[in-house]
Design a protein around this ligand. Structure first.
Ligand code: SF4
Length: 760
């Protein structure tokens, strides 16, 4: 067990934000913790296998791998993720007796994670304050008995994190549907659900329309609501290559972020001793919630340019043959209110003109985005407007161009492909029925927000999580925790401790599982798994380190045994066979899921394979009309009463989703603390506050519930006027459960209306 101290917010240090990312500090912050926690030999063994063809896939973000791999094909945050998982530090048996649940609830995510790897199954019995060791057989029996004792399988909900492999995810959804429910919430519900919704509607598929190689072919890359320097750091290398090939880069983001300003590539001499590469040629510090107005203003300028120079601006052939809705869009944007655009974006007209000019001069344009776009109330229409802009000049389905949502967790996209979704289409369910001979449930299940509501209301009483930290990831922390505490059984399948293990039902189980780095040995020999990255490339992942404990089971083994315990032979599926040989699972996947024909053979090809993508590959659009859809979306200004700010939640640099690697955020100048709120200096002065003081942050929502963060340090920071930012998961407290994005039900973690009051 680690002897790490928890974070002492009184020791926080606030310095100046950095204006460049990576460089030599990127290397020292990657390797220092690895060498200290894993030792040099283990570190080198793990890190040189990471993202290599015969190695394991980084368990952190879903950024793709280049065709030509370097010896060190990872970034600082990838190294931190490996160190986090492959640490040899183990949680000892006595930990559970020494730390009651009430004590674990007082600890930070950082402290919980630093205790080391989970190495034995543990059980919190009803009425007890402590977890205690349990055998695997007894754990599966408890889950099986509980699930079989429910009046309906819909009284259980089954969460999945984006770390789960394709093979485990496929089995998990199969088990859940064989049990009789579609309650399959996942972490996508909190991140790119808005993307999936908007892109499926407009282009027929909710996935990126670009490949890795497209970045180097683009003339212009617009990066919206995304901080690649901390969240997908190897993307900076692809952007640097694109710049070297002549691309311009435009950043659209409320905060100035180091990685979007300058990148010092630590694998290049000029990145180590030189000035590095200027990233953004234009940086638009847009107001939170202003992206939709910006996209509309750009499309309007494109249409105006076409009117001025008929036949020379739009991609007429593409629009005629492949798209519908142009005239409706033209008519709608003709009435756009320029004043409303400037108010919504907080930008100057000249800034929008400059970006429009760049867009009109570029033949090949990629627009990328992440949570800064997807977690708004109007996220779905905003992404539809991104698609509008791209379609007008034919920037989808041609080399060097496209729409590129960047996913934040390594296999979150693959899990959805495998059927982890509460509303998989009938074609998928029909294929499952043909393959396995049972009738899957046809009624839509619960997503993450609706699962919390159902637990709160007593409709769901069993919660099982294949990885992740739902309590940390979901909005309205107080409500979410109370909801889970009402369950009769909560089960976590995990590698390390997090907050969700401290928020328990009447009974609770923690089932420890193998990490990506570890050898997965089953009855027929060592196994590998597969993952799908953010550009739909599928490749294998093979662990190479001995497991940290011989008590660990793989996720596939846990799901197989769970199914055997709960289904009681009601579905004639060979669960034991799956566990012994993952090729059998892949054979079934190849029969059920389009694009996976000859899966076992093609996944063994060194480079894996790319899934078919009709808009990208064929410029055809699998929408109901068979055409890409240009849409009309009404702009609704965000109201910000006097004395209020719009707050977004974000990550620190030493953070991956809800995992906190350290209490530092060096790119933003923060050390030894996380309870900070970043506010534009002029707003600080206007509010009559002083940078450095402690404030209470209250959010305001129509339900009039006072959601508050107490004693957060106010930090004057270069953000857009009227906008503030604070780290999640801490700031999730401020986001009401009922505040969700229209169409996707994603919690609205961006543009939360807040007021600041000096702390007493
Ligand atoms: S860019 Fe993402 S996938 Fe690549 S090493 Fe870094 S964290 Fe891992």
């Amino acid at each position: 067990m680690s002897s790490v101290d928890d974070i002492d917010e009184d020791k926080i240090e606030v310095g100046k934000p950095r204006e460049w990312a990576a460089g030599v500090p990127g290397v020292t912050h990657a390797l220092g913790p690895a060498f200290r926690q894993m030792g040099v030999p283990r570190s080198l063994k793990a890190l040189t296998a990471m993202n290599q063809r015969d190695g394991f896939d980084c368990m952190s973000c879903a950024w793709p791998d280049p065709d030509r791999r370097k010896t060190f094909e990872f970034c600082e945050n990838g190294a931190k993720a490996v160190t986090w998982e492959a640490t040899p530090i183990r949680i000892p048996a006595e930990f559970w007796a020494e730390n009651p649940i009430s004590e674990l609830l007082t600890k930070s995510e950082y402290w919980l994670g630093m205790q080391g790897r989970l190495v034995q199954p543990v059980h919190k019995p009803a009425g007890s304050e402590h977890y205690q060791p349990i055998t695997w057989d007894d754990a599966f029996k408890l889950i099986g008995d509980t699930l079989r004792g429910l009046d309906s399988p819909d009284q259980a909900t089954f969460y999945t994190s984006g770390r789960t492999s394709n093979e485990a995810a496929f089995l998990y959804q199969l088990f859940v549907r064989a049990l009789g429910t579609n309650n399959l919430p996942d972490c996508s519900n909190m991140c790119h659900e808005s993307t999936s919704h908007a892109m499926a509607e407009t282009v027929g598929i909710g996935k990126s329309t670009v490949t890795y190689a497209d970045f180097a072919r683009a003339d212009l890359i617009i990066i919206m609501g995304q901080n690649p320097g901390s969240n997908h750091p190897r993307m900076l290398t692809a952007l640097e290559e694109a710049k070297e090939a002549g691309a311009a880069i435009v950043a659209v983001n409320p905060l100035l972020e180091a990685g979007l300003m300058r990148y010092k590539n630590p694998q290049k001499v000029r990145g180590v001793v030189g000035a590095g590469t200027v990233m953004a040629d234009q940086y638009l510090q847009i107001r939170l919630g202003g992206d939709m107005a910006l996209m509309q203003a750009l499309s309007r300028r494109v249409l105006d340019a076409e009117a001025a120079r008929p036949g020379t601006v739009l991609d007429h052939a593409f629009l005629r043959e492949n798209c519908v809705g142009l005239e409706e869009l033209r008519e709608h944007l003709a009435h756009q209110d320029d004043g409303a655009v400037l108010a919504a974006t907080g930008l100057r007209a000249a800034e929008i003109d400059e970006l429009a000019d760049r867009y009109l001069r570029a033949d090949r344009v990629i627009i990328t985005w992440a949570m800064g776009i997807t977690q708004h109330k109007k996220a779905v229409p905003t992404i539809r407007e991104i698609i509008n802009l791209l379609l007008l000049r034919g920037n989808i389905g041609k080399p060097g161009a496209g729409a590129s949502p960047i996913r934040g967790h390594s296999n979150v996209q693959g899990d959805r492909t495998m059927g982890i979704w509460e509303k998989m289409p009938p074609a998928f369910l029909d294929a499952l029925e043909r393959e396995f001979g049972f009738d899957p449930p046809r009624v839509d299940g619960l997503d993450s927000v609706d699962s919390i509501r159902a637990m709160r209301d007593g409709l769901v009483t069993v919660w099982i999580a294949l990885g992740g930290n739902l309590v940390g990831a979901i909005s309205d922390t107080v409500v979410a925790e109370a909801a889970i505490q009402k369950t009769v059984l909560s089960v976590q399948i995990s590698t390390k401790l997090n907050r969700s293990h401290a928020v328990v039902g009447d009974q609770a189980l923690i089932l420890p599982t193998l990490g990506r780095t570890e050898i997965d040995l089953q009855a027929t020999g060592p196994q590998f798994v597969s993952v799908e990255d953010t550009v739909s490339a599928v490749h294998s992942s093979t662990g190479l380190l001995p497991p940290v404990s011989d008590q660990l089971l793989s996720e596939v083994a846990i799901v197989s045994r769970l199914a055997r315990a709960a289904l009681d032979g009601t579905a004639s599926i060979d669960w034991a066979g799956f566990e012994s040989d993952y090729d059998i699972i892949r054979d079934h996947i190849s029969h059920v899921i389009p694009g996976f024909a000859d899966f076992n053979q093609r996944i063994r090809q060194q480079e894996g394979f790319s899934l078919p993508h009709a808009p990208r590959d064929l410029r055809t659009f699998p929408t109901p009309s068979g055409k890409a859809l240009l849409t009309v979306n009404e702009l609704e200004p965000l109201e910000r009463p006097p004395g209020r700010l719009l707050l977004q939640t974000l990550r620190s640099h030493d953070q991956f989703n809800t995992t906190i690697y350290s209490p530092n955020d060096r790119y933003r100048g923060i050390k030894n603390g996380r309870q900070v709120i970043f506010v534009n200096p002029e707003d600080v002065a206007e509010l009559g506050l002083i940078s450095g003081m402690l404030v209470d942050v209250h959010s305001e929502f129509s339900d009039n519930v006072d959601r508050v963060l107490r004693r957060f340090r106010l930090v004057a920071y270069p953000s857009a006027r009227g906008c503030a930012a604070a780290y999640f998961p801490e700031a999730n407290v401020l986001v009401p459960l009922d505040s969700t994005a229209e169409g996707s039900n994603t919690p609205v973690s961006k543009a939360v209306l807040v007021r600041l009051e000096p702390s007493r």
